[in-house]
Design a protein around this ligand. Structure first.
Ligand SMILES: [Zn+2]
Length: 93
């Protein structure tokens, strides 16, 4: 890169690049969070459009991978037949 002598010029460009790619970074992080909740696509969208707010929304949102044990209220895998915490059999709906 050619040094122009105006120090602020490069910093501005770096900032612009960061702003430009940050929705994609946010989408990526949102996707990772979403994946843990079984909602990768939703995570990507929320992260892209809302950034950190979207991550929180995806994190607080419904988890498609897990459900709450009716006995001990711990989060267990959705297709579990026995709770790994209290060892009770889960009656599937
Ligand atoms: Zn349980």
């Amino acid at each position: 890169m050619q040094e122009t002598g105006i120090g602020g010029c490069m910093d501005l460009k770096t900032l612009q690049t960061l702003i430009l790619i940050s929705p994609f970074l946010n989408a990526l992080i949102g996707g990772v969070i979403g994946q843990a909740r079984g909602r990768t696509t939703a995570g990507l969208f929320f992260g892209f459009f809302l950034g950190p707010v979207g991550w929180i929304l995806i994190w607080l949102g419904p988890d498609k991978n897990t459900m709450e044990c009716p006995y001990c209220k711990e989060r267990i895998k959705k297709n579990a037949i026995v709770c790994k915490y209290c060892r009770k059999a889960i009656l599937l709906p």
